[in-house]
Design a protein around this ligand. Structure first.
Ligand code: ADP
Ligand code: MG
Length: 400
């Protein structure tokens, strides 16, 4: 689960990480009021969407192509800028061309900047521990820095038994060229980031930029945070930070039914059991020249309700031009799959071609049920054939 910058800053701020004062706003009036309350000569209005690159992005239809992070110097300016951002679509490098609708703004005090650094804390799977990543190339996309000048990226692995040690941060600070009081300030800030991460079972915290002020203080100017979904049950208080507007509605529906689902941008909806088989199915669709609309693993012992829900999600997805069901009946029985496919198709209406490949337990019963259902189903005997049939069916439908 991802959260907004303003929410991440509140969580970090509560654990001693310095952030500029600010408040979230949902209207232009509120934005004006917050600017007034902050009492700072310079304010910064920031679009709250779950994507980075807002500063360099642009609001669709804006004649000056202004972005999602703007400096303002008066209540009038705050209000006018809020009006031109709220309910408008912001396009950034990370949103794709469709952009995201801005529904909330963060109004914070402007901060004097001497240097912009980069800091993140993430789960390093290769090292099997948390790792701090820092760079003196702050404010830019870290992927670009890593690709072009990898020597500017510093990392520090955190021993899971010892936890974060302040000397690690002081060492990093020195390598980043920090001096004097900035070194202790950096160590305090990293300690706060680490506590936030561990307390809340985060998956990633990124502060870009982390700024050094002219008087040597360290302040988090941006904050991106995501949580480990598998640990969310331990933090019911985080649930209210969820913003449904920022989530893929297909994924929301899938998570309600306990399905492993990832929305993609292709045209063939896939329903598969087992992550490995799901990946292989997606590969074969690519090989045949089309793209999957999703990754969907209904799991080994999925119930009929779950399979029906999964099939309904595929049918409701307007980008799906054809469906490929590929099930190996091990624990799962093929007749249960067939029953769910038939029930969901009747319920929602099968508007796209359907290709089914079943193998394993009760396969004959399953195939007979499909054949007798009267639904326009194509049955494939192996995986390669299934992908070929699905791709051919989608193309035929597209070409009229
Ligand atoms: P994004 O990464 O989505 O573009 P940031 O929060 O990093 O958004 O803001 C982009 C840039 O705007 C920052 O690199 C920083 O230079 C500037 N900026 C952001 N917040 C402030 C602030 N409170 N005061 C001064 N400058 C800011
Ligand atoms: Mg940023």
């Amino acid at each position: 689960m991802d959260i907004h910058e303003y929410q991440a800053k509140a969580l970090l701020g509560a654990r001693g990480v310095k952030v500029p004062p600010g408040r979230v706003a949902r209207s232009a009036d509120e934005t004006r009021q917050i600017f007034h309350d902050l009492g700072a000569p310079l304010g910064v209005i920031k679009a709250q969407i779950h994507a980075g690159g807002r500063g360099a992005g642009h609001v669709l239809g804006d004649p000056e192509r202004r972005g999602g992070v703007r400096l303002v110097r008066s209540p009038d300016e705050a209000e006018a800028n809020a009006l031109s951002m709220l309910d408008h679509v912001l396009v950034t490098k990370q949103t794709g061309p469709a952009g995201r609708c801005v529904r909330r703004l963060y109004m914070e005090a402007g901060c004097a900047i001497e240097r912009e650094l980069y800091l993140s804390l993430l789960v390093d799977r290769a090292r099997r521990c948390l790792t701090l990543v820092a760079s003196e190339a702050g404010g830019m996309a870290i992927e670009d820095v890593a690709a072009e000048t990898p020597e500017r990226i510093l990392t520090e692995a955190i021993d899971p038994l010892l936890g974060f040690q302040p000397h690690q941060a002081r060492g990093l600070a020195t390598r980043l060229g920090l001096r004097g009081r900035s070194i202790a300030a950096f160590a305090r800030l990293v300690g706060g980031v680490y506590d936030t991460f561990v307390d809340l079972d985060a998956a990633m915290i990124e502060i870009n930029p982390l700024v050094v002020t002219p008087d040597g203080d360290l302040i988090a100017l941006d904050a991106k945070m995501s949580f480990d979904d598998n640990a969310l049950f331990r933090h019911p208080e985080l649930e209210e930070l969820r913003d449904p507007n920022e989530e893929d509605p297909r994924e929301q529906e899938a998570s309600r039914h306990g399905l492993s689902y990832v929305g993609l941008d292709g045209t063939i909806g896939c329903m598969v059991n087992g992550a490995g088989l799901a990946m292989a199915t997606m590969d074969l669709i690519h090989l045949e020249g089309e793209k999957p609309a999703n990754f969907l693993d209904v799991g080994g012992g999925a119930s009929r309700e779950r399979v029906t829900a999964a099939f309904r999600i595929l049918l409701a997805d307007t980008s799906v031009e054809g469906i490929l069901v590929n099930i190996f009946g091990g624990i799962m029985r093929c007749d249960v799959i067939a029953e769910a496919v038939i029930a969901a198709s009747r319920e929602v209406g099968l508007s796209v071609p359907l290709v089914v490949r079943l193998a394993g337990t009760n396969v004959d019963e399953g195939l007979t049920m499909l054949a007798e259902s009267g639904l326009p189903v194509q049955v494939a005997s192996d995986l390669g054939e299934a992908a070929r049939l699905a791709v051919a069916a989608v193309r035929e439908r597209r070409n009229g």
